[in-house]
Design a protein around this ligand. Structure first.
Ligand SMILES: *Cc1c(COP(=O)(O)O)cnc(C)c1O
Length: 371
């Protein structure tokens, strides 16, 4: 039995023959840049998420950078990000000259800790930085606690962003995260819950003016006339072939989210008495990008499963504030002990919507033996 960590081939088989037909259509037309599927996908995603505006772009990192550009971030501006996330959450703002400020996460949800954020805002001001933006990350698919992050952001006049690269399709109190924040960004990297066959990303927002600014920024800062670029922008586009793939995948996405929920529930029932299973915030529904355990004997556990042919992954073995490129950026007073601990303990099990019960039973059996 060969077990995939994320089974993209099984998904592809389920999407055929429609997928190949959709790609063939683009190949025959040859409008590889800004073809009609790009706009169709933006509209379909807006409808799915209840967003007023969707601006597609080249990847999830650019989506964050575009938001930073739209808000004019630069030198001296602080962007509060969790220390326990993928590097892009900080990188996107460092590249603009702004300062990522690392705050700690909640030990149960692994998402930004509001108390740590508050302490960080006070400290950033004392350090002479100007607090500008808070980026909550929907780590492993679970929405950050946007209700409490919104209270702090509002009181401090900060822009609130959801980095939903892993959390597309998740909800908080039955509402999409776009309802709670100023901007939502996402990624269509193949392994994300909604992935394409290459790179892709999008920004979702409510404000029409910001949406047209973002659109211009993603296309070299273009203005009304094609060759009069009115601002400095990026070349950041979702290409037509990827949009065609995403339109096909978005059709089955609601069903996949439900199946991911079922897979996570089976893990939960089988493992809850033996190990700390993922905690889901009251009112939150995760998109289950990952199913992640915390184990003190992680390395031994990982090699035991590997011998049985069961792939696992460690997201992330090092918090951002310890990484070489970021170790000079500010960290909340007292450091980020929860992030440090998680980096030593976390391990994710195979998780996707095409896992046969038989395969999951085998994984569970071996996990219980290896614990
Ligand atoms: C994947 C990811 C990104 C970046 O997305 P890309 O499309 O790979 O640029 C940003 N933030 C988080 C939390 C991610 O997991």
């Amino acid at each position: 039995m060969s077990i995939a960590f994320i089974d993209l081939q099984a998904q592809r088989q389920a999407l055929e023959p429609g997928l190949t037909k959709a790609l063939q259509k683009v190949l025959d037309r040859g409008d590889f840049i800004q073809g009609q599927e790009v706009r169709e996908f933006e509209l379909a995603l807006a409808q799915f998420c209840g967003a007023d505006h969707v601006i597609s772009c080249a990847n999830g990192t650019d989506a964050l950078t575009l938001v930073g550009m739209a808000e004019g971030l630069g030198v001296g501006d602080a962007v509060f990000v969790p220390a326990f996330t993928f590097v892009a959450t900080a990188e996107a703002f460092s590249i603009l000259g702004a300062t990522p400020y690392f705050v700690d996460v909640d030990p149960r949800t692994f998402n930004m800790d509001t108390e740590s954020l508050k302490a960080g805002i006070v400290d950033a001001k004392a350090k002479g930085l100007t607090p500008k933006m808070v980026v909550g990350v929907d780590l492993f698919g679970q929405p950050a606690d946007y209700q409490s992050l919104a209270v702090v952001s509002k009181a401090e006049n900060l822009i609130l962003v959801a980095d939903a690269a892993q959390g597309l399709g998740a909800t908080l109190h039955s509402k999409s995260v776009v309802e709670y924040v100023d901007y939502t960004t996402t990624s269509f990297f193949p392994a994300k819950p909604l992935g394409c066959y290459g790179d892709g990303g999008a920004v979702l927002c409510k404000d029409a003016e910001k949406a047209s600014l973002l659109k211009s920024l993603a296309q070299h800062g273009k203005g009304q006339q094609k060759y009069d670029n009115v601002r400095i922008g990026l070349n950041s586009r979702l290409d037509t072939l990827q949009a065609a793939v995403l339109l096909q995948k978005l059709n089955v996405f609601p069903g996949e989210l439900k199946t991911r929920q079922d897979v996570s529930q089976r893990y939960f029932e089988a493992l809850k008495s033996k190990v700390e299973t993922p905690f889901v915030l009251d009112g939150a529904v995760s998109s289950w990008a990952q199913y992640t355990l915390k184990l003190d004997n992680r390395n031994a556990f990982q090699s035991t499963l590997k011998e049985k042919g069961i792939p696992t992954a460690v997201y992330y073995p090092m918090p951002l504030n310890q990484q070489t490129g970021y170790k000079n950026d500010p960290v909340v007073p007292g450091g980020v002990p929860v992030s440090d601990g998680l980096a030593r303990q976390v391990i994710s099990l195979p998780m996707h919507a095409y896992m046969p019960d038989k395969v999951q039973d085998f994984i569970i059996e071996e996990v219980l033996k290896a614990l």
